[in-house]
Design a protein around this ligand. Structure first.
Ligand SMILES: *Cc1c(COP(=O)(O)O)cnc(C)c1O
Length: 398
């Protein structure tokens, strides 16, 4: 019976070639000789040693991601969050310091507090609009300056050039989370950053069905430190997931363009609404750092935030619950538009946010006029009285 099991025999026959990158799944990688097996880690950074560290499918995606950023190297990890944490773990040791923008992705901040600080890494937060003033925050222990531009939820556009120049002068590396723009709209490596971090789960994957993160760099030594740490932590990605991201990349430019155009149209419509105090969209002058966006970015993607007029902020949940086309949820970059209420009030220490919760919108690929109509009907609902606790209770009483 055992003879009927195919022990890796390949069918003989004609050559086959598809347009797509084949999915190569593997744990074991086989070697031609005992000596080749023994010396396999000599080729660790560029070759194949074990399925966890790459197969031809993961390498194909790494090559694409690196090429998009004009980087020599890309490293794939299981999520955007893993890309952020790997960068910190690989580049910071106990006693060394990291600077993180006050507006950073929430789970990064949680990692800094829950993991880095208890392990003796000196984390401090800075005003994302500090620009070259970051020089005054970099001391002898600072080894890494994180950037996220625009900032999560409040969308401050950072002066990557000024921050990177100040960091370089003082011997600190700069890592930029470029998830919002992707390398198509802004390339931090061209503005002085040493590495970029991106949640491929968002625009690259593009269909809300895959989780992956990437780090790109032009610095061979940085790449090796990242790859070494990924190996220590046992981080790897599934070739099946890579094949989904490779598929997503084929339509990335056209999806990003469509979602960016729609988002800008909707943002401008929102800016004219009486219910809205201001729209935090990098392409609008009401967004902090707009001039930096205009100087550095080739365009805008589909995520932005809205601050409602003060007296309506208490009705933000009511507004979001009234949306019909927009779905409620986190993560973004998929085909469907999302709305979420985010409250930056607590959890900031270097800056002060006093405008309460914001409405964050992630625009997908639906016709923009349908999304505008949906927002308009939801606004008309909050114009009326808010249902009180008492009347809700009565409705549910049989
Ligand atoms: C979503 C996101 C991440 C994390 O990505 P996951 O793949 O969901 O872990 C990191 N940074 C930014 C700016 C994000 O929006």
């Amino acid at each position: 019976m055992a003879d009927q099991i195919n022990h890796g025999r390949r069918p003989a026959g004609a050559e086959f070639e598809a347009l797509t990158v084949p999915v190569v799944r593997a744990s074991t990688v086989v070697f031609p000789s005992a000596a080749a097996f023994e010396g396999r880690y000599a080729d660790f950074y560029d070759g194949y040693t074990y399925g966890l560290y790459g197969t031809p499918t993961t390498k194909a995606l790494e090559t694409e991601v690196a090429a998009l950023a004009g980087a020599g190297h890309a490293l794939l990890v299981p999520s955007g969050q893993a890309a952020l944490t790997l960068a910190c773990l690989a580049l910071l040791r106990p006693g060394e310091g990291g600077l993180v923008p006050d507006t950073a992705y929430g789970p990064l901040r949680a990692f800094c507090e829950g993991m880095l600080r208890p392990h003796g890494i000196l984390v401090s937060y800075y005003d994302p609009l500090v620009g070259s003033g970051v020089a005054g925050l970099i001391d002898g222990s600072t080894r890494l300056v994180m950037i996220e531009s625009p900032g999560s939820n409040t969308m401050e556009v950072q002066d990557v050039r000024a921050i990177a120049a100040a960091a370089r002068e003082r011997g600190a590396l700069v890592a930029a989370d470029n998830t919002w723009a992707t390398a198509l709209l802004f390339n931090p490596l061209d503005h002085g950053a040493d590495l970029t971090v991106e949640a491929l789960s968002k625009y690259a994957g593009g269909h809300a069905d895959v989780l992956m993160g990437a780090i790109t760099t032009r610095d061979e030594a940085v790449y090796r430190r990242l790859k070494d740490m990924a190996r220590l932590l046992g981080l790897g990605v599934s070739p099946d997931d890579c094949s989904l991201v490779l598929r997503g990349l084929q339509t990335l430019p056209i999806r990003l363009e469509r979602s960016g155009e729609s988002a800008l149209e909707i943002a401008m419509w929102l800016a004219g609404r009486p219910e809205v105090d201001r729209v935090l969209h990098p392409a609008l002058p009401t967004c902090p750092g707009h001039e930096t966006w205009a100087r550095d970015f080739k365009g805008s993607s589909g995520v932005f935030s809205v601050v409602l007029r003060g007296d309506l902020r208490g009705r933000l949940h009511h507004l979001v619950d009234g949306l019909e086309r927009f779905r409620i949820g986190a993560s973004w970059g998929g085909t469907q538009s999302l709305a979420a209420v985010q409250d930056p009030t607590s959890g900031r220490t270097a800056t002060c946010w006093t405008d309460g919760p914001v409405l964050r919108l992630a625009i997908g690929l639906e016709p923009p006029d349908e999304l505008v109509a949906d927002l308009a009907q939801a606004f008309s609902r909050i114009a009326g009285p808010t249902p009180s606790f008492r009347s809700t209770a009565r409705e549910t009483t049989p």
